[in-house]
Every structure is written in structure tokens, then in C-alpha cells.
Design a protein around this ligand. Sequence first.
Ligand code: NDP
Length: 289
Amino acid sequence: SNTPVTVLGLGDMGTALARALLKAGFRTTVWNRTAAKAEALVPEGALHAATVAEAVEASPLVVVCLLDYDSVHGTLAPVAASLAGKAVANLTSGTPRQAREMAAWAADQGADYLDGGIMAVPPMIATPAAFVLYSGSREVFDTHRAALDALARSEYLGEDAALAPLHDIALLSGMYGMFAGILHAYALIRSEDIKAADFAPMLGGWLNAMAGAAAGFAEQIDSGDYAQGVVSNLAMQAAAYDHLLEAAEEQGVSPELLAPLGPLMARRVADGHGHEDLSGLVELLRTRP
Ligand code: NDP
């Protein structure tokens, strides 16, 4: 039978998580700082806990989805004593360091801690497109797998609580890099009064074709052999990149989203790596020995 679940935090995401649990038939207790958001779920079958302590008491699994780690700590610290023996699945976004610190704090309270990174927007929850990255307690993941799977596809990355936020943030970093390129491309297109929608299919197709670079660069980065399988050497790419910045200026488009890559390419070429691939730039990004 389904174990009871508590959800702390009913913002857009927490509400979507609570609804998914209710739909899947879990006895779901909810708490939110602004009580009206909890009350709104009662007609759907949720049990509204008036206090955090009452909410934590209600279930062996406590799912937390608040704005940030400060609000998680602020919410859980006053009820620290009631966390002993509980499984805490914290799906609040944060950094790897914050997750490690929260895992250590939870362990001090005798709680079993699982960190999670939600790779979806609220309407995607409980649809096949959504997945959540988990790290921390394998026991929490295994014991409460049914509840977690009611939210999204669940992917467990390892015992170190930092792993989920690390992967989450790496994925988002790749995404925002792509978004920056998309916005710059549209600014260029709009500089000639062409509709973005007319250019969109060409851009989308090109980006899909280029996504293969993720796997291609990975081999070079893991082996440290940045010359392996090189098709477009870096010296050529660095020279061509100057045209991108020049064209932006000519078209009256700010180069600021694109500019940072230029000096990195030039430095790598100057260091004698012009015959290698672009992937070697990863060597210049490390700021810790
Ligand atoms: P919302 O802004 O909709 O909700 C924020 C929630 O945090 C509310 O329940 C709010 O309570 C609560 N809160 C904020 N500050 C405090 C505090 N000091 N003490 C107690 N509760 C507090 O955000 P979302 O629900 O969208 O996001 C929640 C988490 O999920 C975030 O970490 C976000 O990064 C992550 N996430 C969100 C995604 C999205 O697309 N929405 C995608 C992936 C991850 P109140 O109602 O009282 O204000």
C-alpha cells in the first residue's frame, strides 16, 4: 500500500508535486507558509497541516519544495527534533555545496536525506517528459520509489547529496548557453527586419544537428586528447569567430552574449593548441587545481 507523504511548500512546483501524489492515490499532507495555498488543495483530497511540526509528524516521507535553501533551513530548523527517523526529499533548487551542508544537517537530526533536482516546469510534472535527478540516501530513494515515480521519471546519481544539484546546474548551464546563442541569432536576423518565425525552423534544425557535439567533445575531454578526430581546427575557428563579433557590430547588435568565447579561443591558440578542437577550452575554465 502507498505510504503517506507530506509536501512542504506549495508554490507553483510544490502544488504540482502535491497534485501528482494525490492523483496517484497517496495520502498527502500539505503545509505552506501562506495557508490559502494548502487550503486550495483540500477539495482534491489533501490533508492541510496547520503547522510544519504537524506536517512532518503526518508522514514517513517529507518532500520539501521551497524557494531556496535558506527557506528550507528556516522552515525545518524549528522542528529539527521531529525529523529523527524521517525521510526528507528536498527538491528545492540550490548548489552542490548547499546540498552537502543540508545533508550533513539532516544527518545531525537523525533524518535520512535525499536531494533532488527537478528537470521540468510545473505543467510537465507527472508527464513522461519530466525527470528528477536524485542523490543522497539510496535507502530513501529505494523505500519511497513509488511516491517519487508519481512525480516524474526518477534518476538516482549516487550517495553524495551534491550530485543532483551538480548535474541539474550543468544541464541548465548548457541550456542557458544555447539560449544565449538563440537570442543573439534572433537579434541578428531582426536587424534586417526578418521575422524570427521565418528563421526559426532553420535555427532549430541547425541546433539539433550541432547537439552531437555534446558526445563528440566528451570523448576528447575524457581522454585529454583534444586533437583526436578534429574536423575544424581551433586556429581556423578563432579566426572565423572574429567575423561573428564584427558582423554583430556591423548589424548594430551587442556582442555581449557572444564575446566571452573569443579571448578564450585566442588564448588557447596562443598556448599552441591551434591544431586541436574547441573542446580544449575546458582546460582554461578550471579555476581550482
Ligand atoms: P514559487 O515562487 O512558486 O514558490 C515558492 C515557495 O516557497 C512558496 O511555497 C513560498 O511560500 C515558499 N517560501 C518562500 N520563502 C519562504 C520562506 N522564507 N519560508 C517558508 N516558505 C517560503 O516557486 P516554485 O514552486 O516554482 O519553485 C519551488 C522550487 O522548485 C524552487 O527551488 C525552484 O527553483 C524549483 N524549481 C522550479 C521550477 C519551475 O519551473 N517552477 C523548475 C525546477 C525547479 P508562500 O506561498 O508563503 O510565498
